[in-house]
Write a protein that binds this ligand. Sequence first.
Ligand code: SAH
Ligand code: SF4
Length: 354
Amino acid sequence: MSIFLTDLNTQEVHKLVASLAEPAYRARQLLAWVYQRLAVSIDEMTDLPQAFRQKLAQQVNLHTLVPIHEARAKDGTVKILFSLKDGKTVETALMKFSSTDGKHRYTVCISTQVGCPIGCPFCATGQQGFERNLTPGEIIDQVLYFARYLQDKTIGREGEGINNIVFMGMGEPLANYDALRQAIEMLNSRDGFGLSARGMTISTAGLIPGIERLGNDKLQVGLAISLHAPDNKQRDKLVPINKKYPLGELIPACREYFARTGRRVSFEYALFNGVNDSIVQAQSLADLIQGMNCHVNLISANRTTNQKMQPSPRNTVLAFQQELKNRGINCTLRLSRGQDIDAGCGQLRSRFLT
Ligand code: SAH
Ligand code: SF4
């Protein structure tokens, strides 16, 4: 019994149900149990005939993930380390934001790979090497886990649930395109989890073929590019895939993405002391993206074990931001969340690896 239900797309669920000699509406019921009623076991699907439930239980598992560690930060961020079926681990974070109507909004930060092949020198995941891609079910189950978590009334309040999904956890989403796409389709589908694609953002180190596929597939998700440097010389070091997909090709690919989807691209720029935080670099950044319909997220970097890559001081960050603003660049300063629990990309997991 090695099939996991969340690894199946809608068509495959219909096929499975048909192979068990059940009518098509049972497939819709089953999907609703998994993605809307957030069932934890096949047993609880009491409006499905018992014989069908038994046959189903012989053929499929419901969940791919087992939580093995939980950390809660003072700012409400929760991070879970999950064990996968082969014993490998990934982490997922839930971030809580207050909104003006008094309710909370929740963003879940999802992993797409075990480790990462890109190897950025400031990134805890990048330093762990690459192990394997996650399956669609392993991606989806991270979302379902936190959707259930918020149903617990001691945590989420009435009417609160997941509002946004960001693919900014461990791994490079566009290096696992097929599984990512299947997961997004199910999370977006009305028969599935039903979250608007507008509430989803993919963060990428800049894999151009993946950006092009995303644009062609018209998934309508937000695109965030981990830029971190305004010129090829510096970016080759910080985001090594830049050697393959340099800025001269990446920036036009972002323009094309906007043209195809109408979704404004955002650029992530984490500031590292004495590395990429000078005023001259702010000016080059402004020149690079001048005239684009885009947004820059300046990030106060997370501390890493890499001595040469430490966060910039606050006044340097503010001066960098001011320079961008003076040059008409749309930008915000994003505070790093959950620092007291190592909520940065791959940091929790690296504490558990020996
Ligand atoms: N691989 C994808 C998505 C996962 S990383 C990507 O690189 O975009 C998510 C974000 O965390 C990226 O913007 C990445 O550059 C950033 N990040 C990784 N380590 C960081 C650190 N030490 N400080 C600040 N941001 C970091
Ligand atoms: Fe991979 Fe993103 Fe980390 Fe770079 S920053 S190593 S692309 S997860």
